[in-house]
Design a binder for this molecule. Structure first.
Ligand code: ATP
Ligand code: MG
Length: 253
């Protein structure tokens, strides 16, 4: 049985794309076949973490949504990104969205059939024999987000310890509950090292009545890396990676 995992946050810049890419890497390193779809069609970016040159994106998720190709034709093998941590059965496929201004504008202007996106997810799981499908999302509530929340086995909701994040996340948690997501997990990111992480975890769990799968520290190394690679590969022993590894284990349990 494959598992669909959506990573979402109410506000932008919480660390969705970095968490998605690194969780996918850690799960794949256990010998799994993993897919990642960039559904942030308005401002795509996760391909950058895999060192993917946008000029080399010949076909993107947009082409699939416009009926120009099958979704499997848009899947790029990026297993190289996990280097020596890959097992023989490990695979990571990335389905990038277009970064061409005209194509982004077209999606914003015309929209697309959200149902087709869902069919695409199922198609990917079957065609690529995926164990896990990760969905990176655009922040805030919109049609794609609602779809990905609805069809997910696990929804990972990321927030920073910030009053604006707290308030917005409450709205998203309400929506997720109404949509009956089978498994809602919270992740706190960018926690300052001076905070008491156990206390923070408890407070977030009490606020939302949901499990916090991990509290990720704010990291200068992450800021320096600046999305130019996979943090978990470059810093396998860093506390950020260790927490992420626990979250990955939770997802695979
Ligand atoms: N724990 C962390 N410590 C320091 N910087 C971080 C941490 N997590 C993420 N960042 C940085 O925060 C920025 C935003 O991260 P990322 O792109 O993953 O967020 P996002 O939620 O996908 O953003 P968007 O909403 O724009 O898609 C990046 O510069 C990233 O390097
Ligand atoms: Mg992002």
């Amino acid at each position: 049985m494959s598992r669909v995992i959506s990573i979402h946050s109410y506000r932008g810049g919480t660390g969705k794309s970095n968490s998605t890419a690194n969780l996918a890497a850690l799960v794949a390193a256990q010998g799994n076949r993993v897919g990642i779809v960039d559904t942030d069609i308005q401002s795509p970016g996760i391909h950058v973490l895999f060192g993917f040159d946008d000029q080399k994106i010949e076909r993107s998720l947009n082409d699939y949504l416009w009926g120009r190709c099958s979704i499997a034709e848009v899947a790029y093998d990026v297993t190289y990104a996990i280097g020596e941590s890959a097992k023989p059965s490990s695979k990571i496929y990335l389905i990038p969205a277009s970064v061409k201004a005209g194509e982004i504008a077209r999606v914003l202007r015309e929209g697309y059939d959200v149902g087709l996106l869902n069919e695409g997810f199922q198609d990917l799981i079957e065609n690529l024999e995926l164990d896990y499908l990760f969905i990176d999302t655009h922040p805030g509530l919109n049609e794609e987000t609602l779809l990905s929340i609805t069809i997910s086995d696990v929804l990972l909701l990321i927030l920073r310890p910030d009053s604006q994040d707290y308030q917005g996340t409450a709205v998203t948690v309400d929506v997720a509950r109404k949509l009956e997501v089978p498994n809602l997990l919270m992740v706190v990111n960018k926690a300052p090292m001076v905070f008491d992480f156990d206390e923070l975890k408890l407070r977030v769990e009490q606020t939302y009545g949901a499990t916090v799968a991990g509290v990720l520290p704010h990291s200068d190394e992450m800021m320096v890396l600046a999305s130019s690679g996979l943090f978990s590969v470059k810093y396998p022993d860093h506390s950020f990676t260790q927490v992420l590894r626990n979250i990955a284990a939770h997802l695979m349990a």
